[in-house]
Design a protein around this ligand. Structure first.
Ligand SMILES: [Zn+2]
Length: 270
């Protein structure tokens, strides 16, 4: 089974087309992230209710599709209320991209704590971000070290934090080994890593000496409104080739391609 841990909704989705395109790629489900919150980009105006309903609808009666809501970490009381409403309606988790402030700013820390208390996973963009302004420092993995203080948080850093993959592994090692406040960290393998760095990044992750086999989650960054079946197939095939070359056992590959995503979303701890 292959689950795609990183699918964005960036426009109207044709449910049947999505089903067909995912099937074509051999993808059985994954994490669907709502459209961005209004104001994330100057053009973005989709209201909260529409974003929430849309992502919930696309995952309804789909055993392996998990709806995540993209939230504003600087949205204060409004974001806190949106989190509560989304949880009430059945959201599976939340997504944050830090574009305007460091991850440890007090407003954002309050949002993370709110999510942790509701026992929902939180997926962060990490690594260089191709947005319209400078934002690298807001997305460097070392700047997410503050998350180790958020009691019970289950989080994932996306893109192996490209180009700071080593820094990502270092932060993972610290959070995972120390387990202060029962924080549980995952690494979302969605590219970001250009092809020439991919095998190297996977090699380092798997051979860092930290326990990673239950914490790596495959993803593509495809869009639900036009799921790129050929692109997704290519990433899956390339990763399988890298795993074979690196001698990663089939059982661990299976975890990276599907089982770890279920663990991240559902929080099934050993
Ligand atoms: Zn993304």
């Amino acid at each position: 089974m292959v689950l795609d841990g990183h699918i964005h909704i960036m426009g109207e989705v044709d449910r049947e087309a999505l089903q067909a395109q995912m099937a074509q790629a051999g993808v059985d489900g994954g994490i669907l992230m709502s459209r961005p919150f209004a104001g994330y980009e100057p053009m973005e105006t989709t209201p909260f209710e529409k974003r929430l309903t849309e992502v919930l609808e696309l995952c309804r009666e789909q055993e392996y599709r998990f709806p995540f809501l993209w939230i504003d970490p600087l949205g204060g009381q409004q974001t806190l209320e949106e989190i509560d409403e989304a949880v009430k309606q059945g959201i599976a988790g939340f997504k944050i991209i830090s574009t305007k402030a460091m991850p440890d700013c007090p407003e954002a820390m309050e949002i993370y704590r709110h999510i942790a208390k509701r026992e929902k996973p939180l997926l962060f963009h990490s690594g260089i971000l191709w947005n319209e302004g400078p934002s690298a420092n807001f997305n460097r993995p070392a700047n997410f070290e503050c998350l180790m203080d958020v009691e019970g948080l289950r989080l994932s850093l996306a893109h192996i934090s490209w180009p700071w993959c080593d820094e990502c592994i270092a932060i993972y090692g610290k959070i995972c080994m120390m387990r202060y406040h029962q924080v549980e960290m995952y690494v979302d393998l969605t590219p970001g890593t250009p092809e020439i760095y991919r095998r190297e990044a996977l090699f380092r992750l798997h051979n860092s000496g930290y326990s990673v086999e239950d914490r790596l989650v495959f993803g593509t960054d495809c869009e639900a409104n036009d799921y790129n079946a050929a692109g997704a197939s290519k990433i899956i095939a390339a990763d399988r080739k890298h795993y074979e070359a690196l001698g990663i056992p089939a059982e661990i590959q299976e975890k990276c391609f599907s089982k770890n995503l279920l663990r991240f979303v559902r929080g099934a701890e050993k």
